[in-house]
Design a protein around this ligand. Structure first.
Ligand SMILES: Nc1ncnc2c1ncn2[C@@H]1O[C@H](COP(=O)(O)O)[C@@H](O)[C@H]1OP(=O)(O)O
Ligand SMILES: [Mg+2]
Ligand SMILES: [Mg+2]
Ligand SMILES: [Mg+2]
Length: 307
């Protein structure tokens, strides 16, 4: 069965398994207590969990898809002797493949890996903000995404720890139940740890009923996926392609939209620069997305143009 499945489904099914394994690594590093924090820049930490999770994800995907471009957040020499993840997600492997991807070979996919999104929150013990993000792009656009949340349910002893969500535009989503945001309310989610005067100016102009400040691009998009927020607004260049590729794929699969703050989608080609210099604007409903694009002030748009 596996060998006859399209490369795309094998890639998605392996991405789910390897994201789960990265979640085990993230919990193991935390439980040992020594996070091995390195400051890569201002307010930009990296831990032993970021490093080991990336080695695991890229090492395994590389072994199975040696000709594919894989771009990870952390700047590391790839170890060759990483622990092999032998499982594969059977449910995802058996999904219907989007028609246009059935015959695509591994050379034509680009995979964007954020081994641990929400590192600042991980080091601060805000564990539900942490996710593992694996986004798959084809012809510059996200065609599949996996978000693993290693600490889902960590405050509840009885329930299972961790969960994995996936989405394939044109096919659907799994691992969670999409819930629309409340009608008639404007709930905006934004950065917790990278606030700037321009981010604040954009938020004020949108007159939200509530502003939710949480960590990680993955966690913010999860709040959109499950009806806790109307839009994710970040009028600043800090996010990178590995932060948005997987979340965009899942949001698109459930009818939402993720773009820059001007309403233009990002390209995920392997040659693309890593930063999302024109900010991030996402919503679970495309009508809401349109409203937010129209209501972000021109002055803010001029300040976040990516030049
Ligand atoms: N100025 C920045 N420098 C480095 N990473 C950033 C910056 N701004 C955002 N990010 C990345 O985008 C994610 C979402 O941003 P925020 O939490 O501020 O909304 C962060 O968790 C971080 O990802 P990571 O934790 O993977 O390094
Ligand atoms: Mg980081
Ligand atoms: Mg990130
Ligand atoms: Mg990261």
């Amino acid at each position: 069965m596996a060998s006859t499945s399209p490369v795309f489904l094998r890639l998605m099914a392996n991405a789910v398994a390897v994201a789960n394994h990265a979640g085990n690594i993230i919990r193991e590093v935390m439980s040992k207590g020594d996070l091995g924090i390195v400051e890569k820049g201002v307010n930009d930490p990296q831990t032993e969990a970021d490093r080991r999770a990336q080695q695991c994800i890229i090492g395994n995907l590389n072994k199975k898809f040696p000709l594919m471009s894989i771009i990870g957040e952390e700047d590391l020499a790839q170890e060759t002797n990483v622990e092999l993840v032998s499982d594969i997600d059977k449910e995802v492997l058996n999904l219907r493949c989007p028609e246009e991807l059935v015959n695509v070979t591994e050379e034509d996919f680009v995979v964007w890996v954020d081994p641990l999104d929400g590192t600042a929150e991980y080091t601060a013990g805000m564990l539900d903000h942490v996710t593992v993000l694996i986004g798959i792009a084809h012809k510059n656009r996200p065609v599949g995404g996996v978000i693993h949340q290693p600490y889902y349910n960590y405050k509840n002893d009885k329930a299972g720890l961790g969960r994995t969500m996936w989405g394939i535009p044109g096919i659907g989503v799994g691992g969670f139940k999409p819930i629309p945001p409340p009608e008639g309310k404007r709930l905006v989610v934004t950065t917790r740890s990278h606030m700037t005067p321009v981010v604040q100016q954009a938020l004020e102009a949108l007159k939200p009923d509530e502003i939710l400040r949480v960590g990680g691009a993955g966690y913010k998009v999860m709040l959109l996926m499950e009806g806790h927020a109307t839009a994710y607004v970040f009028a600043s260049p800090g996010c990178k392609k590995w932060d948005t590729c997987a979340p965009e794929a899942i949001l698109t699969a459930m009818g939402g939209r993720l773009t820059d703050i001007h309403g233009t989608p990002y390209s995920y080609a392997s040659t693309e620069m890593h930063p999302n210099k024109r900010g991030v604007l996402a919503a679970a409903k495309s009508d809401d997305h349109k409203w937010f694009v129209e209501n972000i002030p021109d002055e803010v748009k001029q300040l976040v143009q990516g030049s």
